[in-house]
Ligand binder design. Structure first.
Ligand code: AMP
Ligand code: ZN
Length: 138
C-alpha cells in the first residue's frame, strides 16, 4: 500500500524526482538531500511501511543485501574507506520521515565525525533483569 500523504512513497514511486542510484520492482535508492557525507543514500521500499516493525520479513530480507551492494559500490566509486548503515525507528530515535528507510553513509578517512555513544556501566543483575524483560515481550 502507498500512503498518498507520504513524501517517501512519492519519491520511491517516481512521482517526485530524486537522485536515484538504483531501482528495482520493490525499492528505490536515492541520495539524501541533506547528506552526512558525500554519497549518503537512502533505501526506500516502494510500499509504505512506517518503520522496521511494520516491514514484512520478505521485504526486510532484501534490505541488507541491497545495502551491502550499494556500500561496496560507494567504496569503488567514491573512495570511501567504509560506510555506516543507520536505520531510525521512532521520533525518540531520530526518525523524521515515517516511511521505513535505511541510511547508507560513506565514511572517509578525513571525516566527517559521526555521533557515537560513550559506553556506560551496568551490573550482572541489571543485565539479567533487562534481558528478562525483553525476552518476556518477544
Ligand atoms: P530519518 O531522520 O532517519 O527519518 O531520515 C530522514 C532523512 O531523509 C534525512 O536524512 C533527510 O535529509 C532525508 N530527506 C528528507 N526529505 C528528503 C527528500 N525529499 N529527498 C531526499 N532526502 C530527504
Ligand atoms: Zn510512504
Amino acid at each position: 500500500m502507498k500512503d498518498s500523504s507520504c513524501i517517501f512513497c512519492k519519491i520511491a514511486n517516481g512521482e517526485i524526482p530524486s537522485s536515484t542510484l538504483y531501482e528495482d520492482e520493490d525499492f528505490r535508492v536515492i541520495l539524501d538531500l541533506g547528506p552526512a557525507s558525500r554519497g549518503h543514500a537512502l533505501i526506500l521500499p516502494k510500499e509504505h511501511f512506517a518503520d522496521v516493525c511494520a516491514l514484512p520479513e520478505a521485504w526486510a530480507a532484501k534490505v541488507l543485501p541491497l545495502a551491502a551492494r550499494i556500500g561496496a559500490a560507494m567504496k569503488k566509486a567514491l573512495g570511501c574507506e567504509g560506510f555506516n548503515l543507520v536505520q531510525n525507528n521512532g521520533e525518540a530515535a531520530g526518525q523524521t520521515v515515517f516511511h521505513f528507510h535505511m541510511h547508507i553513509i560513506p565514511r572517509y578517512a578525513d571525516g566527517p565525525q559521526m555521533v557515537s555513544w560513550t559506553p556506560g556501566e551496568s551490573t550482572p543483575q541489571e543485565l539479567a533483569q533487562t534481558a528478562e524483560a525483553i525476552r518476556a515481550a518477544l
